[in-house]
Write a protein of this length. Structure first.
Ligand code: SIN
Length: 487
């Protein structure tokens, strides 16, 4: 079958796989940078899928918790739409064979995570992402309409009259060009741009750079979520110690063994991350005391800690914040279509309006599932024309190792104008050649422009939330007019 004229999905995490599956029976091409399922953030998710399925829960409560965490920047209609699809997402995965934890009577065992007012985390012990990916990958392998292209890295989106017309990619066998008027970016997040991250190191915002270079708008790029409990053991990336461990009773303690969160151990992630960062800034250390937690509830986490010589059953676990999730991304409308016609985005790569300034834990696997389906529904109604692929104009992105240092120094939990200006100055000369540098530049520029503190974006020089800035930010390459990047 010729790939020309097929929708092309770039990225093999949960969102990309859902988009591909839900497009059935329409032929679709799925591009994965490695082997299918290798090192995706979806597969590493420990917590679970947030869904209002408990007897004491409802959509209004889940919506309210999401809006509160989002600190004024969520799109309420998007929040409701995604949350109301929660039971469908759980049912879809269960039908595919996902083995979620259940009580003896067969009802779902629901976990608790930060800033959720109810137990609503559907999980498979502490390896929910792996279970979700297992069933999605099986389904994709069994689906005849999906052509999987592994080890295929998208390098450029060709655009004619603000409309996608081709996807160019690099493969071990050489360059590949697919003429299509439908492309879907599902490349995940940006944690790999930071020196301390819980994400796979390949999560460097490739899809955001592709979209930006194609002329698309990006939204809320300044909002990076730092997880407060990455295992501090010298590994890169840092293993996560799920918030669900605190949901089962673990608490923060400092060097002196004193609890310092005053009962707020399960406050919203931005609040907890700042508190932990403040301890380190004061030359203290932070540990998670999980000695009351049943090891069998978190076999993966306990095993990872023990492999590093730390036994959570008998000793405090050293933790520190690490870049974990990007609320910002490619600006999309209700169909998950970007400002470039025919260019769609879903999952973490998209800024849908669900998360606002701070994501509620475990809302992201839910978003991946639901936005994958939304993209498929929107694309199903379109023809994907193949009107010829113009030749590529770009070489593959150059690796710029300095980006991790710059992001960690200037785009961490606490930010200020001099640091952000320094970041912009260092990144600007690299951005034409390096996708990571371009994405970091867009983040730094957006962070500089937001002169307030809101959600996960904390400006030491603008510590207050300014009601006049309660709107999402938008940036694109023409907003970087002095970089020489805009064509
Ligand atoms: C966690 O398990 O703590 C992370 C869950 C999430 O990031 O949604």
């Amino acid at each position: 079958m010729s790939a020309h004229g097929c929708p092309v999905i770039i990225g093999g995490g949960a969102a990309g796989l859902m988009a591909a599956l839900c497009l059935a029976p329409r032929p679709v091409v799925l591009l994965c940078g490695g082997t299918l399922g290798f090192e995706t953030a979806s597969g590493w998710a420990q917590g679970g899928v947030a869904a209002a399925v408990g007897p004491d829960d409802d959509f209004a409560l889940h919506t309210q918790d999401t809006l509160s965490a989002g600190a004024g920047l969520c799109d309420a209609a998007v929040v409701r739409r995604i949350i109301e699809a929660g039971p469908w997402a759980i049912d879809f995965l269960t039908r595919l064979g996902a083995d979620f934890g259940r009580h003896a009577n067969g009802t779902l065992a629901l976990g608790l995570e930060a800033a959720h007012s109810r137990r609503r985390i559907v999980h498979a012990k502490d390896a929910t992402g792996a279970e979700v990916m297992r069933v999605l990958i099986n389904a994709v392998h069994a689906a005849e309409h999906i052509t999987i292209r592994e080890h295929t890295q998208a390098t450029e989106l060709a655009v004619r009259d603000n409309r996608v017309c081709a996807v160019h990619a690099a493969t071990p066998a050489g360059a590949l060009s697919i003429a299509t008027s439908c492309a879907v970016i599902a490349t995940g997040g940006i944690g790999g741009l930071f020196a301390h991250t819980t994400n796979p190191l390949g999560a460097t915002g490739t899809g955001l750079a592709l979209a930006a270079r194609a002329g698309a708008d990006l939204r809320d790029m300044e909002f990076v979520q730092f997880h407060p409990t990455a295992l501090s053991c010298g590994l890169d990336p840092m293993p996560l110690v799920s918030e669900a461990v605190r949901g089962e009773g673990a608490v923060f303690i400092d060097n002196a063994g004193t609890q310092f969160m005053n009962g707020g151990d399960l406050a919203a992630r931005d609040i907890v991350a700042r508190a932990v960062a403040a301890k380190y800034a004061a030359n203290d250390s932070v540990f998670l005391d999980a000695r009351r937690v049943l090891p069998e509830k978190f076999p993966g986490i306990f095993a990872t800690c023990r492999a590093q010589g730390i036994d959570p059953a008998t000793q405090p676990v050293p933790v520190r914040p690490a870049a974990h999730y990007h609320m910002g991304g490619i600006a999309v409308n209700a169909d998950c279509e970007s400002s470039v016609a025919g260019l769609f985005a879903c999952g973490e790569a998209a800024a849908t309006g669900l998360h606002g300034a701070n994501r509620l834990a475990s809302n992201s696997l839910l978003e991946a599932m639901v936005t994958g389906r939304i993209v498929a529904q929107a694309v199903s109604g379109r023809t994907a024309e193949a009107t010829g692929a113009p030749p590529p104009t770009r070489q593959a992105s150059r690796h710029a190792p300095v980006v991790r240092e710059v992001c960690s120094q200037s785009l961490g939990i606490y930010r200020n104008a001099p640091e952000l200006e320094a970041a912009v100055a260092r990144l600007r000369p690299l951005a034409a050649q390096s996708d990571g540098a371009l994405v970091a530049l867009l983040m730094a520029q957006s962070a500089l422009r937001r002169r307030e503190s809101r959600g996960a974006h904390t400006r030491a020089d603008f510590p207050h939330t300014d009601p006049a800035q309660a709107t999402s930010s938008t940036i694109n390459l023409s907003g970087l007019a002095d970089t020489g990047l805009n064509a």
